[in-house]
Design a protein around this ligand. Structure first.
Ligand code: HEM
Length: 404
């Protein structure tokens, strides 16, 4: 019944949840012709796949959704020597890199970042017109996570806008259905950003400084030590993973708080901020799907899938699965099991930036709660979402507020 189901259809991009509920109920593991992938949408099935990296390889996690045109391939072939390092790498190679990168995401580095996020957030909020209206997605959620991850890597701040534009092209190519023209443009920007990353790593070899790249270079416990190409590949991936996701999650969280009239409640009880962030991760995750590929003929939740089957793990489906979360379509920060969501994945690839993302969103919410007696979404606005299978958040979020 759902073989023609298309995660890139206009209906799914606008609001995937109603259709996903039907798919999960009727065909929880189903082959979808329009994307040539198997969509897996029950919580227990998605979890099973995440927890079995032998049967389900992560190799396709960052691949273009459909093969790129010859012209784009030729551009990439010439100059794009990126290699799998993290989310699209399997053990044992992944384990070696994950260990050192996990150390680089140390408590110490997070402690250095916290005051920086605090300061940058305050500067951005200072810059918004008193009472609004402002586009919070564009003016707040867009710049802050980028500044954070780029500071963590050590990229010069003045390059932030350029890097953000480069990353936007990667989104369309790897997770959308781009035209040949868009693929060629994206291939060029990916090469430009790749060259930027390799030149940056070269500079850091001469002058490491105090940043994540220096941590990776100077970690003597990793054997063999990371090569420049590996470090460039890691920061190329991190630049994207670190901001696109958090930008969207911030916007999704603010939207959910407003639509559920929670502003006053949160102002009265700040202990509710962390569970609200967690519930937003479950209810409106910024990563709605992630990919794996079957390494053998197998079954998922009783459905046979062949070796080589490409899987689209629906995190949005899993996070609203009624057999896991009672009344899943209700945004309820008081539920005690929100943390069981799969928005950060699970198992050996569990998101390394989860703590940072939670911290960033909580800082922003707390500062807004300090400053705004209320926050209201401008009524009648239309919410548009980027056309891709994995990353979801409103492109624009117009709001007004009363200064406290
Ligand atoms: C709300 C924000 C975020 C969401 C929803 C998110 C989601 C995810 C997901 C679904 C995965 C794949 C997990 C798997 O395959 O099992 C992942 C992996 C990863 N994420 Fe995040 N992420 C977020 C923020 C961040 C941030 C801020 C950073 C970095 C600063 C980051 C760095 C990474 C890295 C390095 C991996 C690869 C881990 C590995 O393969 O071992 N993420 N994330």
């Amino acid at each position: 019944m759902f073989a023609q189901f298309d995660p890139l259809s206009r209906e799914m991009i606008a609001d995937p949840y109603p259709l996903l509920a039907k798919v999960r109920e009727d065909s929880p593991v189903v082959y979808c012709k329009p994307i040539d992938m198997w969509v897996v949408s029950r919580h227990k099935d998605v979890e099973e796949v995440f927890l079995d990296p032998k049967r389900f390889s992560a190799a396709i996690a960052q691949a273009p959704l459909s093969p790129m045109c010859d012209e784009a391939m030729a551009i990439l072939k010439a100059d794009f020597t990126i290699e799998p390092t993290m989310s699209n790498f399997d053990p044992p190679g992944h384990s070696r890199i994950r260990r050192t990168l996990a150390r680089a995401f140390s408590t110490r580095r997070m402690k250095v970042l916290e005051p920086l996020i605090d300061r940058r957030c305050a500067e951005i909020l200072d810059g918004l017109a008193d009472g609004g209206p402002a586009d919070l997605a564009h003016d707040l959620c867009y710049p802050l996570p980028a500044l954070t991850i780029f500071a963590m890597i050590g990229f010069p701040e003045e390059d932030a806008d350029r890097i953000k534009e480069w990353c936007a092209d990667k989104l369309v190519v790897n997770w959308g259905r781009p035209s040949a023209e868009a693929q060629v443009r994206a291939a060029k920007t990916m090469v430009a950003f790749w060259k930027y990353c390799t030149a940056y790593v070269k500079r850091r070899r001469a002058d490491p400084g105090d940043n994540l790249v220096a941590d990776l270079m100077l970690d003597e416990s990793v054997s063999p030590p990371l090569s420049d190409n590996e470090i460039s590949s890691i920061i190329f991936g991190l630049s994207f993973a670190g901001h696109e996701t958090t930008t969207n999650q911030l916007a999704n969280c603010i939207q959910a708080v407003c639509e559920n009239d929670l502003w006053q409640k949160l102002r009265e009880d700040r202990d509710l901020v962390p569970p609200t962030v967690e519930e937003s991760l479950r209810f409106v995750s910024s990563v709605i799907a992630w990919r794996r590929i079957a390494t053998e003929d197998t079954t998922i939740g009783g459905t046979p899938v062949p070796k080589g089957a490409k899987l689209l793990l629906s995190l949005a489906g899993a996070n609203r699965d009624p057999s896991k979360f009672p009344e899943p379509d209700r945004f309820d920060p008081a539920r005690d099991d929100a943390r069981q969501h799969l928005s950060f994945g699970k198992g050996i690839h569990l998101c390394l930036g989860a703590h940072l993302a939670r911290m960033e969103i909580a800082i922003v919410l707390n500062q807004m709660l300090d400053r705004y007696a209320d926050l209201k979404l401008v009524s009648g606005q239309r919410y548009d979402f980027p056309a891709n299978v994995s990353f979801r958040g409103p492109i624009s979020l117009m709001a007004t507020w009363t200064p406290a």
